[in-house]
Each structure stands twice: as structure tokens, then as C-alpha cells.
Design a protein around this ligand. Structure first.
Ligand code: GDP
Ligand code: IMO
Ligand code: MG
Length: 430
């Protein structure tokens, strides 16, 4: 049995898509276990870019089965568009390449409308969501009202929607002054999506994943978002609405924790964040702008500019702890070329005291001031380097320091977006 989990160590967009695509070349199955189309995972192969939101990032490998589990919130409209895209490009050749759980929660247009209207109303206090209806859909799940994938094919769909819309239409029209959703129109829309998605239906993805693990297949679990966006352990309330940490994989997929042998923390060599919320190492100066420009830090889902700052070891040690990370993949180190000085946050100053413990209370985190260690930068372009030993000394020093401080092996260093711009310090394959 062999299960490897890939999880974001920071606030998302660390490069999870790239690593999953890379490892999927040697995997039988890639499994998405939480989140929805708020994710934007970028894969680049021989210069050709693919951005995925819901479809697991193993899909470019025709022999790898991709599974969307019950833990995911599925927007059928977005999923149909995404499937169409990979059908048109010839990536999806047979329906067996993709399985969608019948138990997954469905995101409908009214979830997105409520998400966006709510954000608008919060004005100065907004979360900065992606507007993809994630919060409202998980709310429905928790209150046991959710429309599930299997309902899209059920003859009682109109009845279920009508019951749900009593409340939703009240919220939409009375609170947000928007138009009410008409059941009949929505049912017609859903019929079109259901027709497209029916070929990918799977009654019990937990069983499929379990059987794969039992027969010794290589299974990769794909996390979305990042550890600090976790609904319970992240920077609440500036988080997403799912649990994003490694433990969530067991819940979302329906497998036991002993199936997960490795937890790879995907870690950007600096830090970024999209949306609102505390970010101790955020830079508002020229260095921040330079990171943003060199890292092309624009959201893959919403196109928003990502906030940028130096690497934060306090936050990373916390992420390693709450996920049980066994190794780190250090991403985008090429984007640090050209800085005279590179900084790493080693501790926080909080109310006159130095601490290396990540403050889990948001107000404390907002007051935390980073304490930095400085490193000499490098000017060389390292994006074409093929082996670790050829990296300039300053880069090696930076990597070694991080690995040592985190007390977690760095098994891969990424020097560019392309699949082949990856340097291995240790064999990451199973
Ligand atoms: P994800 O959400 O974690 O999958 O990450 P995103 O795809 O949202 O954002 C990561 C961005 O960085 C994408 O545009 C990737 O193509 C790009 N990327 C990934 N690894 C590297 C790297 O090592 N160097 C550079 N320059 N870009 C990278
Ligand atoms: P990937 O998988 C970065 C952020 C949003 C917002 C907060 C809540 O590509 O790393 P939501 O729409 O989930 O209710 O928004 O979470 N967010 C992400 N930030 N990468 C992501 O996904 C994100 N998914 C959600 O910007 O701050
Ligand atoms: Mg992303």
C-alpha cells in the first residue's frame, strides 16, 4: 500500500499543481479530497500551460485515474467547462480517466451569488473570497441541506431544490436585493450539466481508492489551498470553508490515516497570500513588488495580485506540525534571483517578547512582528540548472539553512514552472 499526500504549507498557490503533475507520472491514481473551484492549480509541460480548478492535477498522464471525492464541493458548470477544455485538447480520451463521487456536494449559481453579495456587504471587513460559492456550499453540507452530485440525476431534484430555495430566495431577495432563483430554469440548466457529467459518475469513490491502495497501487492525494487557510487551524476567520490540512484527506476521501505514508509540504521559497487577513512577513516596499513581478504572483483563479513577503519559518514550523509533514518541496527559488539580500523570518516579537510559536489567535498574529535573519542573494539565473550540485553556493546555503531549521528533509527544489525544472535531493517517487 502506498499513499502520498501533497499539501500546501502556506496560504495556497505554493505550486501544488506542478508537484502533483510531476509525481503523477509515476502514480496510478490522483485523489482530490477537499475544496472546490476556488483552487487554481497550474501545470506546465514543455512550455504548455494548463490551469485546473476541480479536476485533479494528474490528468495529463493518460494512465493515471483522477478521483473527485465526497469532500470536494463541485461546481457542475465549472466542471463541465473544465472537462470540455481537456476533451478539446485531447487530454481526456476516455471517461475512465475521471471519477466524480455521487456524494460530493454541488455548488449551484445561488451559492456563488450569496458568496459575492455577502462579501460586498462586508465591505471593509470582507474575507476576500474567490466568489466561487465555497462557504455557502459547505454551510449547506453542515446544515444537511446540500444538493449532492447524485441528486442531479434524481427525479426528485426539482422538489429538493424548491425546498432549499425557500430559504435561499429569502436571503437573496430580502437581504441582498437580488432576483429570486426560479426552480424550473435551474432544473433545465442542471439537466445539461448532468448529461455531460453522467459518464464520470461513481457511487463510492472511497471503495475505489481503498481497492487501489489494497492492491499496492500508487495513490497521490492532492490538497487544495494551504495549511494557513484551514477552517479550524488557519488564520480564522480569514480562511476557506474546508479543512485543508493533511488530516482532511482521510475525512474527505473515506480512508484511514495509516494509508498515508508520506506528507509532502509544498512550500514557496518566499510567502504569498491572496485575499484579506494577517500576514506578518508581508512586504510593502520595492522588494515586495519585485517578488510579485519575478514570481508572476497573480491568482490562477481570480487573477488578483498576490500579496508577497519573505519566507516565514514560524508559520512553516506550525504547518509542519499540524500536517505531520515528512518532507518539503521548495518551490519558486528561481524567483529569488537578483536580490542583494534575502530575508527569512525566524521568530516573532509579540508584545515585547520573542516567540517561535505561531500565534493561533488571530489578534495576536496581527500584532506579531517578524524577526529576520539575512542571507546574501545571488544574481545568476538558476532556472536552467538540472542538478542540485550546480546551484550557486548562496542558493545551497539558503536551502540548507531552511531544511536544518525546519528539521524536515527538503526532497525537491523547483527552479521554474515546467515539469522538467525540478531538482531532486531525494527520490520522491514511491
Ligand atoms: P497551486 O495552487 O499550489 O497549484 O499553485 P498555482 O498554480 O496557483 O501557483 C503557482 C504558480 O507558480 C504557477 O503559475 C506555476 O506555474 C508557477 N510555478 C510553480 N513552480 C514554480 C517554480 O519553481 N518557479 C517558477 N518561476 N514558477 C513556478
Ligand atoms: P489553491 O489550491 C490561494 C483564499 C481566498 C480567500 C480565502 C477564502 O490554488 O492554492 P474561498 O473562496 O475559499 O471562500 O476564499 O481563501 N483561497 C485561496 N488562496 N490559493 C487557493 O487555492 C485558494 N482558495 C481559496 O483568496 O482569502
Ligand atoms: Mg493556486
Amino acid at each position: 500500500m502506498s499513499g502520498t499526500l501533497v499539501v500546501g504549507s502556506q496560504w495556497g498557490d505554493e505550486g501544488k499543481g506542478k508537484v502533483i503533475d510531476l509525481l503523477a507520472q509515476n502514480a496510478d491514481m490522483v485523489v482530490r479530497y477537499q475544496g472546490g473551484a476556488n483552487a487554481g492549480h497550474t501545470l506546465v509541460v514543455d512550455g504548455k500551460k494548463t490551469v485546473l480548478h476541480l479536476i485533479p492535477s494528474g490528468i495529463l498522464n493518460p494512465k493515471t485515474k483522477c478521483v473527485i471525492t465526497p469532500g470536494v464541493v463541485v461546481d457542475p458548470e465549472k466542471l463541465c467547462q473544465e472537462i470540455q477544455g481537456i476533451e478539446d485538447s485531447g487530454v481526456l480520451q476516455k471517461a475512465e480517466q475521471l471519477l466524480i463521487s455521487d456524494q460530493a456536494v454541488v455548488i449551484l449559481p445561488y451559492h456563488k451569488a450569496i458568496d459575492m453579495a455577502r462579501e460586498e456587504r462586508l465591505a471593509g471587513k470582507k474575507i476576500g473570497t474567490t466568489g466561487r460559492g465555497i462557504g455557502p456550499a459547505y454551510e449547506d453540507k453542515a446544515s444537511r441541506k446540500a444538493v449532492l452530485m447524485r441528486d442531479l440525476f434524481d427525479s426528485n431534484l426539482a422538489e429538493k431544490l424548491a425546498a432549499n430555495l425557500v430559504e435561499k430566495n429569502h436571503i437573496l431577495t430580502e437581504l441582498y436585493k437580488q432576483e429570486a432563483v426560479k426552480v424550473k430554469e435551474l432544473v433545465e440548466q442542471i439537466k445539461v450539466w448532468a448529461e455531460k457529467l453522467s459518464a464520470f459518475r461513481c457511487k463510492d469513490t472511497s471503495l475505489v481508492v481503498h481497492k487501489a491502495l489494497e492492491s499496492g497501487k500508487k495513490v497521490l492525494f492532492e490538497g487544495a489551498q494551504g495549511s494557513l487557510l484551514d477552517i479550524t487551524h488557519g488564520t480564522y476567520p480569514y480562511v476557506t470553508s474546508s479543512s485543508t490540512i493533511a488530516g482532511s484527506c482521510c475525512v474527505g476521501t473515506g480512508i484511514g490515516p495509516k494509508e498515508i505514508k508520506k506528507v509532502i509540504g509544498i512550500t514557496k521559497a518566499y510567502t504569498t497570500r491572496v485575499g484579506e487577513g494577517p500576514f506578518p512577513t508581508e512586504l510593502f516596499d520595492e522588494d515586495g513588488k519585485k517578488l510579485q513581478t519575478q514570481g508572476h504572483e497573480f491568482g490562477a483563479t481570480t487573477g488578483r495580485t498576490r500579496r508577497c513577503g519573505w519566507l516565514d519559518l514560524v508559520a512553516l514550523k506550525y504547518a509542519i506540525r499540524i500536517n505531520g509533514m515528512t518532507e518539503i518541496a521548495l518551490m519558486k527559488i528561481d524567483c529569488l534571483s537578483g536580490f542583494d539580500e534575502i530575508k527569512v523570518c525566524t521568530a516573532y516579537e509579540l508584545d515585547g517578547k520573542t516567540t517561535e510559536d505561531f500565534p493561533v489567535v488571530m489578534d495576536d498574529l496581527s500584532r506579531a512582528k517578524p524577526i529576520y535573519k539575512s542571507f546574501k542573494g545571488w544574481s545568476q539565473d538558476i532556472s536552467k540548472i538540472k542538478v542540485v550540485t550546480e546551484l550557486p553556493k548562496e542558493v545551497s546555503d539558503y536551502i540548507s539553512y531552511i531544511g536544518h531549521e525546519l528539521a524536515t528533509p527538503i526532497s525537491m527544489v523547483s527552479v521554474g514552472p515546467d515539469r522538467d525544472q525540478s531538482l531532486f535531493l531525494k527520490d520522491l517517487s514511491h
